[in-house]
Design a protein around this ligand. Structure first.
Ligand SMILES: [Zn+2]
Length: 83
């Protein structure tokens, strides 16, 4: 009959929960390569929160390897061969 219907609860958003946990771990200061890689796809797609983007921008400056990864993914995702 009346099944428990899914409640529109924004706090149940897994992505947000993950972000909140990560920001808590890093105390809003820095992220490591693991955290960077975890959100790299979202960053390239422009789907990261401003706070997270700032952290990732900072990591790119101090970590050439991750910046290289980002550029590679950006190239891979951009329609460079479109005619
Ligand atoms: Zn890194």
């Amino acid at each position: 009959m009346n099944d428990s219907k899914p409640t529109p609860d924004s706090t149940g958003n897994p992505a947000r929960a993950s972000l909140a946990r990560m920001l808590e771990l890093t105390r809003g200061e820095e992220i490591d390569c693991e955290g960077f890689a975890e959100h790299l796809a979202a960053l390239v797609e422009g789907n990261v929160e401003p706070e997270l983007k700032a952290l990732m921008d900072h990591h790119r400056r101090i970590c050439p390897e991750c910046e290289e990864e980002r550029q590679a993914l950006e190239r891979a995702l951009s329609p460079q061969d479109a005619t």
